[in-house]
Design a protein around this ligand. Structure first.
Ligand code: FES
Ligand SMILES: [Fe+2]
Length: 360
């Protein structure tokens, strides 16, 4: 039985990755072929020819107009996955059809629905509007992770690790030293974790991008939409500069850090990351710096989580963890993911109604 949550939307790619070349990516254990029709619509279908399972992303498979021709014996499929021609006979078997996936391009991402397509509801896809919104400049990428997705969820829900794993980039002592508040909206299935540092060191990531010198106000407000979309609303400002009572915030620098956590298999993950800022919009130097810095930080996590995956794989099931206050967000996320997983299996969730207690 798969541990991957079914009947959910996942980020499969950036829109820029999908064009008139055949593009394949494994999402939740399924090899999926993506391409754009001549009208520019993204399609998503199985990357395995129904004839002998030759990958349709593999040359000499190719597109002809809005059809894809298998490079092995020429089975030809339309944009809906239906087979429209086979070699050597005029009759196309009725069952000759690729599995096709509900797909939606939104906020620069290509989302696919994994599970029972009849239950797909695109209005359920959480939003990350900054990624292609006027008033923001965005850098983004994706790093492959040889670790299960739940390890990345744990990692992102507890940013106290920035102090230790990302010192010199985004970590400063105040991150680990400042307590968090955690809130869970069970109905909407969203976990919020906030850490507001009102007098903190300014790490290079923000010092060099904003130009602030000296200590800062630094707020981290996480909003996680399990299983896939993680938003970190980050605000930095010179010491003492707070938003106005009416919510306007001309003195603050805002960075929306977005991660999409998409299982590739049970034990590997696509780690999509994006950093959208509302300042220095036309400054390519700032874009280059943030792209390089964030990628470095993501790769620091990748190295650590790959090691952790190896350790966990080599140890017997049921190992003991010890959780403390910093883990409340991660534990809440696990609880919601367990509920979604049970729902995805068609079960009524039998998971604890409350977040497991932490050791104080
Ligand atoms: S494997 Fe695709 S046509 Fe034979
Ligand atoms: Fe990290």
């Amino acid at each position: 039985m798969t541990s991957i949550v079914q009947n959910q939307w996942y980020v499969a790619a950036y829109g820029r990755e999908v064009g008139r070349d055949l593009f394949s990516r494994t999402i939740c254990g399924e090899s999926i072929l993506f391409w754009r029709t001549e009208a520019g619509e993204v399609t998503a279908m199985s990357d395995r020819c129904v004839h002998r399972r030759f990958p349709l992303s593999q040359a000499p498979s190719h597109l002809v107009g809005d059809t894809v021709v298998c490079g092995y014996h020429g089975f030809t499929y339309g944009a809906d996955g239906g087979c429209v021609a086979v070699p050597g006979q005029t009759r196309v078997p009725r069952t000759a059809r690729l599995k096709s996936y509900p797909v939606l391009e939104q906020d620069s991402f290509v989302w696919v629905f994994i599970g029972d397509a009849a239950t797909a509801d695109a209005t359920q896809i959480p939003r990350a509007p900054w990624l292609d919104q006027e008033g923001y400049a965005t850098v983004s990428g994706m790093e492959p992770l040889a670790a299960r997705a739940s390890l990345l969820v744990d990692n992102l829900m507890d940013l106290s690790h920035e102090t230790y794993l990302h010192g010199g980039y985004i970590g400063t002592p105040e991150v680990a030293n400042t307590p968090i508040t955690t809130e869970v909206d069970d109905e909407a299935g969203v976990v919020y974790v906030s850490r507001h540092m009102d007098d903190a060191d300014c790490p290079p990531f923000y010092a060099r991008s904003t130009g602030i010198e000296g200590r800062i106000v630094r707020w981290q407000d996480i909003e996680f939409h399990p299983p896939c979309l993680y938003l970190l609303h980050s605000r930095v400002a010179p010491l003492g500069v707070l938003p106005n009572p009416d919510g306007t915030d001309p003195g603050g620098f805002h960075v929306e850090v977005v991660y999409a956590i998409t299982p590739e298999t049970e034990s590997s993950t696509h780690d999509f990351w994006a950093v959208a800022r509302d300042f220095a919009l036309d400054d390519e130097g700032v874009s280059d710096f943030l792209r390089e810095s964030n990628r470095t930080v993501v790769l620091q996590d990748v190295v650590a989580l790959d090691v952790l995956e190896n350790v966990l794989t080599g140890e017997p099931d049921g190992y003991q963890e010890l959780s403390i206050n910093i883990d409340t967000g991660g534990l809440a996320a696990r609880r919601i993911i367990a509920r979604l997983a049970a729902e995805g299996r068609g079960e009524t969730a039998v998971v604890p109604a409350r977040t497991p207690a932490v050791t104080r």
